[in-house]
Design a protein around this ligand. Structure first.
Ligand SMILES: [Zn+2]
Length: 456
C-alpha cells in the first residue's frame, strides 16, 4: 500500500472550495483524506505539489459513442476514445447498448462488454429501447442483472423511433416491473418526427448540409420536450433530455421550474458543440464536418444555452462524442451523412475556459456539470463525481498558468480533424489521476489498455 498526496491544491468538494491536500491510496484507488495540512511524516517522494492548481473530480461524460454501431464505423473504439477522455480529464463514460433488429438484449450487451474491455476509463451503459420493446421489456431482468439501470429512448430513426404513446407505455411497463422508480433513469432523444418529415418534403438540394438544420427546426425539439414533460408529470419518471440544442427548450425548462415543476428528476443535458457553433457552419463543403442531430442552431440559441449553463437550468454537460473521418463525412447528402462530432478530450477544459474563465461560471457549477450531476443522476455518486474520503481517486488538476490551443495532432483519440481546430482555451489539463494512478501528466499518457472498470 502506498499513500500519495497532492498538496497546495484548490479542491472543489461538494460543500466548499477547500485549500489543502488530497491523500489517496494508489493500491485501493480510493481517496483517504481531504485536509488542510499534510502530516509532517508523509513521505516526500509521494507528494505532488499542485502549485495552487484546481483539483476537481474526474470528469463523468454520460453520453459517448465508442466502437461499432451502425453501418459506418465510428473512428474511436473504446481504447482510443478512452485515451482522448483521459487526456481531457474524463475518467468515466457512459456508452450505449443498442440491439439490432431481432437481436436479444443479452447478446447485444455481451458484444458491447467485449468491445469495452479495452477501455482505459471506467464505463457503464445506457440500454437503448428499440421498436423491439416488447421483447426488451420481457427480458428486462436480464438487462438489470448486468447492472444497467438507464434506458435510452428515441423519438426518431429506423429501429428506434417510438411515439410518445409508446414512450409512456414503456416507462409505465418498466416501472410496473420495478417498483422502485428511483433506481431507473431514462435518457431521451427528443425531436418531433412529424415536423421533420414535413420539412424534408421541401428540400431541393439534399447535398446542402444546411438542410439538416432546415429539416430539424428548434420547434421540433421543444414540442417533443413539452410532451415528455407531460409524461414525466404522469409517471414521476427520472428523465434527462439528451443533447439539448434549442434555446426554446431551455426557456421551457425555465418556465416549468419557476412554476415549481420538474425541479428534480427532469434534467437537460447539452454538449460543447451547441455552445460553440451556429448553423452557419453547415454551409459549404466543410458543412459535412459539423453534422450531428439535433443540428447546430442560431446565435440566440447558443446564448440561451449558456444562460442555462450559468443559471442551473441545464444540469448535465456531456459530449455525444461520435467522430467520423472526413472520408466518411464528405460526398453525402444531409440524410446519408454519418451524424456526430468529437468532443471527449475537449469537454472539461472547454467548460473551464469558456464557462469559468470567460463567463463567470462558478467552480461548484463547473464540477456539477462535468461530473457530479451525472454521477448523481445515474446512481454512481459518491463513488464518482466528488472528492471525499472513500470516493474513487479520480482527480484532475487544471492550471490557470498555462493555456491550450487545440489541434488535431494533440488529440489522443483517433481523429483526422477536430471541429475545435485552432481554438484557444484558457487553462490547461495538467495531470489526471484515475483510480489512484497518474494516467496523464504534462501532455503524456500512461494508461494501460483495459485498465478501465465496468461500473455494473
Ligand atoms: Zn448520442
Amino acid at each position: 500500500m502506498s499513500e500519495q498526496a497532492i498538496i497546495n491544491a484548490k479542491i472543489v468538494t461538494p460543500d466548499e472550495i477547500f485549500r489543502g491536500c488530497v491523500i489517496y491510496d494508489d493500491h485501493t484507488g480510493k481517496i483517504k483524506a481531504v485536509q488542510k495540512e499534510l502530516p509532517s511524516d508523509f513521505p516526500q517522494e509521494n507528494v505532488t505539489d499542485a502549485e495552487e492548481s484546481w483539483v476537481v473530480p474526474g470528469g463523468f461524460d454520460a453520453h459517448v459513442h465508442l466502437g461499432g454501431f451502425g453501418e459506418i464505423l465510428i473512428e474511436d473504439d473504446f481504447y482510443t476514445g478512452s485515451l482522448g477522455a483521459l487526456a481531457g480529464g474524463t475518467t468515466t463514460v457512459i456508452d450505449f447498448c443498442e440491439s439490432e433488429k431481432g437481436e436479444s438484449p443479452s447478446h447485444c450487451i455481451e458484444k458491447r462488454m467485449q468491445e469495452a474491455k479495452a477501455s482505459a476509463v471506467d464505463y457503464a451503459f445506457h440500454f437503448v429501447i428499440t421498436r423491439d420493446y416488447e421483447r426488451q421489456l420481457e427480458e428486462l431482468q436480464k438487462i438489470l442483472d448486468y447492472g444497467i439501470t438507464d434506458f435510452k429512448l428515441f423519438t426518431v430513426y429506423d429501429n428506434t423511433d417510438l411515439t410518445m404513446k409508446e414512450i409512456e407505455y414503456v416507462i409505465k411497463e418498466l416501472y410496473g416491473k420495478i417498483p422502485d422508480k428511483n433506481k431507473i433513469t431514462f435518457l431521451v432523444h427528443a425531436e418531433e418526427k412529424d415536423i421533420i418529415e414535413k420539412q424534408k418534403k421541401q428540400v431541393k438540394n439534399p447535398s446542402d448540409m444546411s438542410m439538416l438544420a432546415f429539416t430539424r427546426p428548434d420547434i421540433s425539439e421543444r414540442k417533443a420536450v413539452e410532451q415528455l414533460q407531460k409524461i414525466a408529470e404522469n409517471t414521476g419518471v427520472n428523465l434527462c433530455i439528451a443533447h439539448t440544442s434549442a434555446g426554446a427548450t431551455v426557456a421551457l425548462q425555465s418556465e416549468q421550474r419557476t412554476a415549481g415543476k420538474h425541479t428534480e428528476g427532469f434534467l437537460l443535458e447539452t454538449c460543447p458543440h451547441y455552445l460553440e457553433f451556429t448553423d452557419e457552419k453547415l454551409e459549404g463543403k466543410q458543412g459535412a464536418l459539423y453534422t450531428m442531430t439535433p443540428p447546430l442552431r442560431k446565435q440566440q440559441d447558443v446564448e440561451q444555452l449558456w444562460r442555462g449553463i450559468l443559471n442551473g437550468k441545464i444540469d448535465i454537460f456531456s459530449t455525444d462524442h461520435c467522430p467520423y473521418s472526413k472520408y466518411d463525412k464528405y460526398g453525402k447528402t444531409y440524410e446519408t451523412v454519418p451524424c456526430g462530432v468529437d468532443g471527449i478530450q475537449t469537454r472539461m477544459l472547454y467548460l473551464f475556459s469558456e464557462g469559468v474563465k470567460k463567463r463567470g461560471l462558478s467552480m461548484k457549477r463547473f464540477v456539477e456539470l462535468t461530473s457530479e450531476n451525472a454521477a448523481r443522476f445515474y446512481h454512481r455518486f459518491p463513488q464518482k463525481g466528488c472528492i471525499q474520503p472513500g470516493s474513487d481517486a479520480d482527480l484532475v488538476l487544471i492550471t490557470e498558468r498555462e493555456n491550450t490551443e487545440i489541434h488535431v495532432e494533440n488529440r489522443k483519440s483517433n481523429l483526422d480533424y477536430t471541429i475545435y481546430e485552432g481554438k484557444q482555451l484558457e487553462g490547461k489539463i495538467q495531470m489526471v489521476i484515475k483510480s489512484g494512478q497518474t494516467v496523464y501528466k504534462n501532455g503524456k499518457l500512461n494508461a494501460e489498455k483495459g485498465s478501465g472498470k465496468y461500473l455494473g
